[in-house]
Ligand binder design. Structure first.
Ligand code: HEC
Length: 476
């Protein structure tokens, strides 16, 4: 444990409140007392901003959270789910821990602490409606799917697959699908939606309904674009996972897809959800403008625990496995994506360079909501070659983990959802020494005033620990 790591730990929220002895949140406005919070004035705006993208009549979530009548029966559940903060089950689904590591990610949908406390105060005060005249104007959703990346430039559908209500997991691949491109383009971002018919069906098998995001059957799918000339260098994409959000590539590292390319789902994992379900994946792509060329190329960097070593006793909680790589290149880390299975509950990503040990990100994990966390451009870790990147995965195979079917069972590594994986499906951009120095200089200019010496989290050589200059540290 090094000084630099603990320096980035902020006191937990509860500790902060105790220390400050107040019920306001620093510079923000005070959280209203229970009796004053109403649905119309305080809660409806939060639901519009953070929930209705999925929770509306034709949305992806099981129930609508638009009118007072719709929300009232779920008031306690809304307080509970939003109050989970970074723990599995939280709503909206976003599990980055806010008291450690880098805090700036693209598409961060989490609620602020003040919004969470306002919801709690509303429910504790009896969940009153208030004056309907205070309601914000209702939102309209022109596109049923509400893409996070905005209106896609290209949409490609996978073939449909029908899964019985109760069946063993299925793995396989789909034949490459023509994308219909007549010119070369560069992909800036992509997002995958599962379209299925499960929502309006009765539960067919008693007790078999799994807790799965919106009753999805595609647990995950690895896919890539294949260029017609067989040149697959730097082509898109990565993966779809249940409940996964959009992924943005670094703006300087767009992925090329050529005219005549196909989309190949090479590994697809499908699991039953308790209702016979027919579903397909819809991939939306956002392109860079024509004429764009990338300055750098990003690539996948998997960090994994050897599955043969994963050994989790029945009824065991707080089981931990690590995985490590030593970086052979200088890199910018653009995406943190924990991938575990049902017993997985948390993963941290840690970087060690010389005497500097830094926790970059920690996130809760939920097998139904496998999220990719894309760092904001000015916050993406810049790690010199020789850095050891470590993942630390935490597993809960005890009755306190509601998604484990039978915690009495031993659980090892493997592909089924009841087995385990401990992987960070990360994206990195390898950088030459010159590119790396230029990126660090940009970072220093963004965060430090002239001559200031203060650690920048995720950039150990921006201001090296115990050294006078970055150059001195580089020559060690
Ligand atoms: C990305 C889509 C999405 C967003 C955004 C989202 N939800 Fe959900 N929500 C779901 C899905 C899908 C489920 C069912 C699966 C599950 O429970 O994980 C769900 C389940 C829930 C449940 C449990 C329902 C029950 O039957 O007990 C509550 C409560 C809830 N959401 C509240 C909220 C609130 C409040 C917000 C905003 C602050 C929100 N959700 C944002 C998709 C979403």
């Amino acid at each position: 444990m090094s000084a630099s790591r603990s320096a980035h730990r902020l006191p937990g929220f509860a500790g902060w409140l105790l220390a400050a002895g107040v019920t306001t949140l620093g510079v923000g406005t005070p959280v209203p007392a229970s009796g004053e919070v109403t649905f119309s004035k305080d809660i409806a705006p939060i639901l519009q901003r953070s929930c209705q993208r999925c929770h509306r009549a034709d949305g992806f979530a099981p129930m609508s959270l638009v009118t007072y009548e719709e929300v009232r029966p779920y008031a306690r559940a809304v307080k509970h789910r939003t109050g989970l903060r970074d723990k599995p089950g939280v709503m909206p689904p976003w599990m980055i821990e806010k008291n450690i590591g880098i805090q700036r990610y693209k598409g961060d949908s989490s609620l602020g602490e003040q919004e969470i406390l306002t919801i709690a105060a509303w429910v504790d005060g009896g969940a009153p409606e208030g004056d309907p005249a205070d309601l914000p104007p209702p939102l309209s959703w022109p596109d049923r799917l509400a893409w996070e990346i905005g209106e896609p430039d290209l949409i490609v559908d996978s073939p449909s697959f029908t899964m019985p209500a109760l069946a063993a997991d299925w793995w396989g691949s789909f034949d490459p699908i023509p994308m219909g491109l007549t010119e070369d383009r560069y992909i800036a971002a992509y997002e995958v939606k599962e379209l299925h018919d499960a929502k309006n069906k009765e539960i067919a098998v008693e007790g078999a309904a799994q807790q799965t995001a919106g009753l999805s059957i595609f647990h995950h799918a690895l896919f890539k674009t294949l260029n017609p000339d067989g040149d697959n260098f730097a082509t898109c994409c990565n993966t779809h996972e249940a409940g996964r959000n959009a992924e943005w590539f670094d703006p300087e590292a767009g992925k090329q897809v050529k005219a005549g390319a196909t989309l190949f789902f090479n590994t697809v994992h499908i699991h039953a959800n308790g209702r016979e379900t027919t579903a397909r994946m819809r991939v939306g792509f956002k392109f860079h403008p024509r004429g764009y060329t990338p300055a750098v190329h990003s690539q996948l960097l998997h960090i994994a625990t050897n599955p043969d070593l994963i050994d989790i006793p029945g009824m065991a909680k707080d089981v931990r496995f690590d995985g490590m790589v030593t970086l052979q290149d200088n890199v910018k880390v653009t995406v943190f994506e924990p991938h575990m299975h049902l017993p997985g509950v948390r993963m941290c990503l840690e970087a060690t360079y010389g005497q500097t040990v830094e926790t970059l990100s920690c996130a809760g994990y939920n097998h139904s909501w496998v999220l990719a966390y894309t760092f904001e451009d000015d916050y993406a870790p810049l790690l010199p070659k020789g850095t050891i990147l470590r993942i630390i995965g935490y597993f809960d195979n005890s009755p306190s983990n509601p998604v484990v079917p039978d915690p009495r069972n031993w659980s090892g590594g493997g592909n089924r959802s009841v087995d385990n994986m401990n992987i960070n499906i990360g994206q990195v951009i390898p950088l030459t020494d010159e590119q790396f120095e230029a990126e660090m200089e940009k970072r220093r200019r963004t965060f430090l005033s002239d001559g200031e010496r203060r650690a920048i989290l995720g950039c150990p050589l921006c201001v090296p620990f115990g050294r006078e200059t970055p150059q001195a540290a580089r020559s060690q």
